[in-house]
Design a protein around this ligand. Structure first.
Ligand code: 26W
Length: 814
């Protein structure tokens, strides 16, 4: 049953009274928000129940998406849109005298992820539900998501994120599905009657995994899948001995330990820290999830394991859940008493692995000693997997010890390390990269011998984004305009946006398109004023760089160019440029010193420029604090220019690039990740490509790169870098910005910012020129929107389904 306005109104008021215990006169926005969520949940939960029943009844094959991160953002707006209830809810609330926009702001983001990888997982479960695929997301129920960022005197300060302090209306606690997870202890080797060796793990501790289910509503609301997140708890029976012995405090401290596991998301993005707790987190959610899968399988198939690989496929979102591979082996060999070969045959039909990064510092390795301490049985299993694999390598490359040591799961050295990437490739039937160029590099540079051993195992699935959240919900005016021109089914058939191409030169359409862009810019300008106190001009070019802060993403290249523009304006007040506002959003990993220095530098340069009335009619810089999904939803519709400026070969794909282009921003970018495919789709006249290509980067490094050459040969680069040593931006405190200069000159400019500077600066001149041609710019912006069909996450999911998962959709009846 679809809710009409009246039913919704009644339901909202009823929940205000009966669920929240308040009434229309007393309720604040927070209570209204909860009441609306409860009303929407009536539909969500009904569809959820029907979906689960249907999947159970049909005993469907399902994909199990294992990810340490799901960056869901807010759910109310998304769920209303996907159920087709947005307009009616809006009207119902209007009649109650309440603003839907205001109450949606009450919802805290579910920020259970760092960046691209976590948001990708969220888009993918949205598409899986939309395509009516039997699927479940498995992850961790972090008590604290990614830290909240405050900016104090220009510097990043981290504050705890509390997304469920006042309860979260979307999650359902499922105590009936608690799992118990062993940790630590030792392994006993037993010899059975027939001489068969049995391994028994005697754990030193047991923790409980409590599942919370978040419904995932597909577009048009037919299928509602779940995201199941595990919370750790102490298992009470285990502490009784300590407790009875009078050790109340000790027993309590054990409680804290167990509950620490799901306390907080590690804020590292692209650096592997090797922390014990992180390994335990990974193991904990994988072990809980596998037990859950096995329980469900056994309910339908008993002890007959033969159909397990037909029913279950597990996608590993990066190597973070790779420990699930030895865990399944342990279940099959130790618990189901299967032979190693039979167990391995099953395991390697179940797992598939997605690689998201080539950065050496992000490739996970764990000290063998640490695994041995926490998970003693797993180290044995990993050694056995490796031993057998080494025999295969030896058969293929007889006597080649160098190849063996390169391919071994175990890295020998001072400290033996377990390479999780190797384990993932060896234990999976398919391995994919996330954009064409990235997948090529995964094959050619990261795992060339593996590709030779298993031709066909490596493949590409280019990333995608859900157009429901990233156009329909976040940019309602543009969506309505598109509806009026090409019909309303583009949110599920995004290729239909090409229907806008014929309107790209149409003056009236251009005006409407750009008028919407301008209104979105006005709205963002209000938000900027509210958040930073800075006034920005909606007629300036809004040039936006939003992503995690990392040297390879080169926010500092953007900054150098901004400083150069400032210098040009100071030297020549008539320097001809269209007014421009550079807008940043970025969090730095708390331990990443230079990344924090770059945030500080952006803020200090912004302060100086914004208060310099010689230039600020033409140039402004703002850094918006606490970049997150809900802020992205406000920034992206207002962008004119999208900065995608990573060193070629470093950004696996990027997904913000797709969101910005879909909303009519023009990309200034390198030939890296999905930028290459975006350029292919929109055509080179509708994108500003600059900088070295992957081949040129390699050639330059081969030849020997000296950043000093650029410093001495380019007077602008020199002047800007030298400026950083002065106190011009940090009055009374010279040298506060010098670490950036030092990283570029003394530490070798690892990401070639100076090598790409000139080309970047030229590309910006082209941006400026192009923007002055109003009709020309509008045409380019429209062509960008029109050609983003490929980057629909539904297309990505269809690729996974056909290339890897071999799933069938399953209709859920109303
Ligand atoms: C071990 C610490 C750690 C944590 C997270 C290392 C690496 C990660 C992720 C793999 C980082 C990440 O989010 N990678 C991004 O994944 C996106 C989705 O595929 C891509 O679009 C981005 O290019 C890639 O950087």
């Amino acid at each position: 049953m679809q809710f009409d306005k009246e039913t919704l109104k009644q339901s909202i008021v009823r929940h205000l009274h009966c669920t929240l215990g308040t009434d229309e006169n007393k309720a604040n926005n927070h209570a209204w928000w909860k009441a609306v969520c409860a009303a929407i949940n009536e539909q969500v939960l009904e569809r959820l129940r029907m979906t689960q029943k249907t999947h159970y009844f049909n005993d469907t094959r399902a994909v199990h998406y294992f990810s340490a991160e799901f960056l869901m953002g807010r759910l109310l707006s998304n769920n209303m849109h996907n159920l087709g209830l947005f307009e009616n809810t809006d009207k119902a609330l209007q009649e109650l005298g309440i603003s839907l926009t205001d109450i949606m702001e009450e919802e805290p983001d579910m920020a259970l992820g760092n960046g691209g990888l976590g948001r990708l997982a969220a888009c993918y479960i949205d598409s899986l539900a939309t395509l009516e695929m039997p699927a479940i997301g498995y992850g961790l129920h972090y008590e604290h998501g990614l830290f909240r960022q405050e900016i104090q005197n220009g510097a990043q300060i981290e504050r705890p994120d509390s997304w469920r302090d006042y309860g979260n209306p979307w999650e359902i606690c499922r105590p009936e599905s608690i799992q118990e997870i062993p940790l630590y202890g030792y392994v006993e080797t037993k010899y059975g009657e027939n001489g068969k060796i049995q391994k028994e793990w005697h754990p030193g501790s047991i923790v409980k995994g409590l599942p919370w289910d978040i419904p995932v509503v597909g577009y048009e609301g037919k299928t509602v899948n779940v995201l199941r997140l595990w919370q750790s708890q102490s298992s009470d029976y285990f502490n009784w001995d300590v407790f009875n012995a009078g050790g109340y405090v000790d027993s309590h401290s054990e409680t804290v330990q167990a509950e620490t596991i799901s306390k907080v998301l590690y804020p590292n993005d692209e650096t592997e820290a090797g922390k014990e707790l992180r390994l335990i987190q990974q193991y904990f959610f994988c072990a809980c999830s596998l037990k859950d899968i096995v329980r469900r399988y056994k309910r339908a198939h008993g002890d007959d394991w033969s159909r397990f690989p037909e029913q279950v496929v597990i996608q590993l979102n990066d190597t973070h859940p790779a420990i699930a591979i030895p865990e399944l082996m342990r279940i099959l060999v130790d618990r189901a008493e299967m032979s190693w070969d039979d167990a391995w045959a099953i395991t390697t039909k179940v797992f598939a692995y997605t690689n998201h990064t080539l950065l050496p510092e992000a490739l996970e390795k764990w000290p063998a000693k640490m695994i041995e301490k926490i998970l003693p049985r797993y180290l044995e299993i990993i050694y056995e997997i490796n031993h057998r694999f080494m025999k295969e390598v030896d058969a293929k490359w007889p006597g080649k010890t160098d190849v063996k040591s390169k391919l071994s799961i175990i890295e020998e050295g001072n400290e033996k390390m377990v390479r999780m990437g190797h384990l993932s490739v060896i234990g999976s039937f398919a391995v994919n990269g996330v954009a064409e160029i990235h997948s090529k590099l995964v094959k050619a540079n990261l795992f060339p011998e593996f590709d030779e051993m298993w031709p066909g195992k490596f493949t590409n699935v280019t990333n995608g984004i859900t157009p429901r959240r990233w156009l329909k919900a976040c940019n309602p005016e543009l969506s309505a305009l598109i509806d009026s021109k090409i019909g309303t089914d583009w949110p599920v058939h995004l290729d239909k946006l090409t229907g806008l191409t014929k309107l790209a030169k149409d003056k009236k359409f251009q005006d409407e398109f750009m008028a919407i862009k301008r209104r979105n810019k006005v709205a963002l300008a209000e938000e900027v004023l509210r958040l930073t106190g800075e006034t920005i001009d909606p007629d300036a070019i809004f040039d936006i760089q939003i992503k995690r802060l990392h040297e390879y993403k080169r926010q500092h290249l953007n900054l150098l160019h901004i400083m150069a523009l400032y210098r040009r304006l100071l030297e020549n007040p008539d320097y001809d440029m269209h007014p421009r506002v550079f807008i940043f959003g970025a969090k730095a990993a708390p331990g990443y010193k230079l990344a924090k220095d770059i945030i500080y530098a952006i803020n200090k340069v912004a302060e100086r420029i914004n208060s310099d009335n010689r230039v600020n009619s033409k140039l402004k810089v703002v850094f918006l604090p606490n970049y997150r999904v809900s802020l992205a939803e406000k920034m992206i519709p207002a962008a004119d220019v999208s900065e995608q400026i990573s060193t070629a070969g470093k950004e696996a794909s990027g997904t913000g690039n797709m969101k910005l282009s879909l909303n009519g921003a023009l990309t200034i970018g390198t030939m890296d990740g999905a930028n290459i495919e975006i350029a292919e789709e929109v055509g080179e006249e509708n994108i500003f490509i600059f900088g070295l290509t992957v081949d040129e980067v390699n050639a330059l490094r081969e030849k020997g790169y000296n950043p000093h050459d650029h410093y001495y040969q380019n007077a602008e680069i020199k002047a800007v870098l030298d400026w950083m040593d002065t106190d011009y931006f940090t009055p009374g405190k010279p040298g506060e910005l010098s670490s950036i200069k030092r990283s570029l000159l003394d530490h070798g400019d690892s990401y070639l910012a100076l090598a790409d500077y000139e080309s970047y600066s030229e590309a910006h001149k082209q941006v400026d020129a192009a923007y002055r041609d109003k009709a020309g710019w509008a045409e380019k912006a429209i062509i960008n929107t029109a050609n983003m069909g490929k980057f629909n996450s539904d297309r990505s999911i269809r690729d996974y389904v056909s290339k890897i998962w071999k799933l069938e959709s399953c209709k859920v009846n109303s």
